[in-house]
Design a protein around this ligand. Structure first.
Ligand code: NAP
Ligand code: ZN
Ligand code: ZN
Length: 346
């Protein structure tokens, strides 16, 4: 029997490498030979066993890039050998109310990579053909992978926020999501502010394109934003609700706090800046496969690449721990296939 290696959560908190028989794709599915998979902070909900609807064992990973090596019945658009990607929302049901309104990312009964289906911390993955995205050759697998969650999440949140060129846009939290958010904001033509805890990320944030860096530990971030006229948008990518809520007064009139980070603690804020100034707070969830393709195309067009550190599949537990400790600069990527971490030529 042919087998493949996968890293599964066998019990909460425990990632271990296992050998499994290679599965055949079912109707409407493809089998992917995984080349690279990013390690997103959301994977913690799988590793800790707390994602709603999760049952263990489960293979995490939803920033997956690889090549199709088998097609299930009825799969027409894709061919064997094509390089494709899979993100978090890995198949909508097509029948719930949001789906029927065309809002498939908010499907009420989706397939979620690494939660309801095994994800990309593996050599092989089965994916729903309707949920895969085409990967351009200009990107190496390890560079493309983070764009399929961290990338599309920040790209979509910014491009759908009704902003205009030159607007003051702040990105709070310079991690996997945030370091891409800074690049997208800069390349979409916004006056880009990066906000991180401490001075050590300032140099990198400026290299990523931030016009301004605010060290949220050293000073009053709200006052700094207000001195610049207030932000038309703050893209909140951090993992602290307390830190997010405190930023609302840093918005300009009509400004938006766009929540993409999913902290465990509550986001609290005062009603006054909301009412007096018409400010708003809203959330944004990743994107659809075609949004992923838009993200990848924009990244190629504007020379945007994630800043990554790679690790082999068997070191997934260490790489995950490094991400959780906030040490990754800025995305850990499992480079599962030989050569997956090569840098693309620009
Ligand atoms: N909306 C979506 O569709 C979506 C998609 C992917 C991920 N997420 C969520 O987005 C969040 C970030 O994911 P990631 O992969 O970017 O994580 P990550 O690489 O681990 O980065 C975590 C970020 O949180 C910030 N942070 C940590 N503790 C903080 C605190 N006490 N106060 C303020 N900031 C703090 C860090 O900011 P510093 O720069 O200050 O250190 C860092 O930028 C997670 O909650 C994840 O679940 C949501
Ligand atoms: Zn993610
Ligand atoms: Zn649905």
């Amino acid at each position: 029997m042919r087998t493949y290696r996968a890293v599964e959560v066998s019990e909460p908190g425990k990632l271990r490498i296992v050998e499994r028989p290679i599965p055949e794709p079912g109707a409407g599915q493809v089998r992917i030979r995984v080349e690279a998979c990013g390690i997103c902070h959301t994977d913690a909900a799988t590793v800790l066993g707390v994602y709603p609807g999760l049952s263990l064992p489960r293979v995490p990973g939803h920033e997956v890039v690889g090549r199709i090596d088998a097609l299930g019945g009825g799969v027409a658009r894709w061919t064997i050998g094509q390089r494709v990607g899979v993100g978090l929302i890995a198949g909508e049901d097509g029948v719930c109310v949001p789906c029927r309104r065309g809002d498939t990312v908010n499907c009420q009964n989706p397939v979620i990579s690494g939660v309801g289906a095994d994800g990309g911390y593996a050599e092989v993955m089965i994916a729903e053909a309707r949920a895969i995205a085409f990967i351009p050759d200009a990107l190496s697998p390890a560079e493309a992978a983070p764009l399929l969650c961290a990338g599309v999440t920040t790209y979509n949140a910014l491009r759908n926020a009704g902003l205009r060129g030159g607007d003051l846009v702040a990105v709070q939290g310079i991690g996997g999501l945030g370091h891409l958010g800074v690049q997208f904001a800069r390349h979409m033509g916004f006056h880009t502010v990066a906000m991180g805890r401490g001075a050590d990320k300032e140099k990198l944030a400026r290299e990523l394109g931030a016009h301004v860096y605010i060290d949220t530990v050293a000073g009053d971030a709200v006052a700094a934003l207000q001195r610049m006229g207030g932000a038309q948008a703050i893209l909140a990518t951090g993992t602290s609700g307390e830190a997010m809520g405190a930023l609302v007064p840093g918005l300009a009139a009509r400004g938006k706090l766009i929540v993409v980070g999913v902290p465990q603690d509550a986001i609290r804020f005062n009603a006054f800046p909301l009412v007096f100034g018409g400010r708003s707070v809203h959330g944004s969830l990743t994107g659809t496969p075609i949004d992923c393709e838009d993200t990848l195309r924009f990244s190629v067009l504007q020379n945007i690449r994630p800043m990554i550190e790679t690790a082999p599949l068997e070191q997934a537990a260490d790489a995950y721990a490094r991400m959780m400790q906030g040490k990754a600069r800025f995305r850990m990527v499992l480079a599962t296939a030989t050569g997956a971490s090569q840098k693309s030529t620009r």
